[in-house]
Design a protein around this ligand. Structure first.
Ligand code: SF4
Length: 240
């Protein structure tokens, strides 16, 4: 079976919190976040590759990683391929991780029910009333809420917000965390740095230095009383 992907990274130290992972970027996305830096993937560019070929690469890196991390794009849009790759990685003793925009709760529910998933990273983009503006398209936010509900008790759940200063401010981050605290039982919250580069649309993007994000994360932590917050850049993850 073939899957359309954008890239493979054999060892990443940042994509799964605390663990090294083998990362595959699936093509296609149903969101149009104006700040998206994977625009080729969003429109389905990339290349087709046999899943067996990815598994062979995974086997070669088995000693260096703990997780196969599938991201995108939005991986649930190639559902059959997603299930196949996760089944095969389980057969060789690798744990599975999914990064999703949470718009497809049925797929998430099925992955959990079939015990094919060990780590879920949900990109939670904005307070719900700002969601459509931040993702650049219409969405039934009930689906996002349903995904959170399904994952509420999941053993290893990461929820991430990319801090895009043109769209979000510190009040939004506080609102997001307070909402999540009410909705989800166990989760690690991560604020991701946005690096303006080649994005879906051209705007005068604001850039926030990592030290400033750390200060913002400290305030969010204090105001929300969340025990821990993590800050992720392209190269590092730091606990606040
Ligand atoms: S940032 Fe938005 S548009 Fe880009 S891949 Fe993620 S969900 Fe899709």
């Amino acid at each position: 079976m073939k899957v359309k992907i954008g890239n493979i990274l054999e060892v990443s130290l940042v994509d799964v919190l605390f663990y090294p992972s083998f990362v595959v970027w699936f093509s296609y996305c149903n969101f149009r976040c104006p700040w998206c830096q994977n625009k080729e993937l969003v429109f389905g560019n990339g290349y087709e590759i046999e899943i067996d070929e990815i598994i062979e690469k995974l086997k070669k890196n088995k000693d260096f990683i703990d997780f196969l991390h599938i991201t995108g794009g939005e991986p649930t849009l190639q559902k059959n391929q997603l299930f196949k790759i996760f089944e095969l990685s389980k057969e060789i003793g690798i744990k599975n991780s999914l990064n999703t925009n949470a718009s497809n709760p049925k797929v998430i529910e099925e992955l959990i029910r079939k015990e094919l998933i060990d780590h879920i990273a949900i990109d939670f983009k904005a307070p719900l009333d700002k969601y459509e503006k931040v993702i650049g398209t219409k969405i039934d936010t009930k689906k996002i809420e349903k995904s959170l509900e399904i994952c509420s008790n999941f053993k290893f759940l990461e929820i991430r917000t990319t801090f895009v200063p043109n769209f979000l401010d510190i009040k939004d981050l506080i609102e997001i965390v307070m909402y999540l605290k009410n909705k989800v039982k166990n989760f690690f919250y991560v604020i991701q740095q946005f690096n303006p580069s080649d994005t879906l649309i051209n705007l005068n993007w604001k850039y926030v230095d990592i030290n400033e994000i750390i200060e913002i994360a400290k305030i969010v932590k204090e105001k929300t009383k969340l025990e821990k917050i993590y800050v992720r850049t392209k190269a590092n993850v730091k606990e606040i």
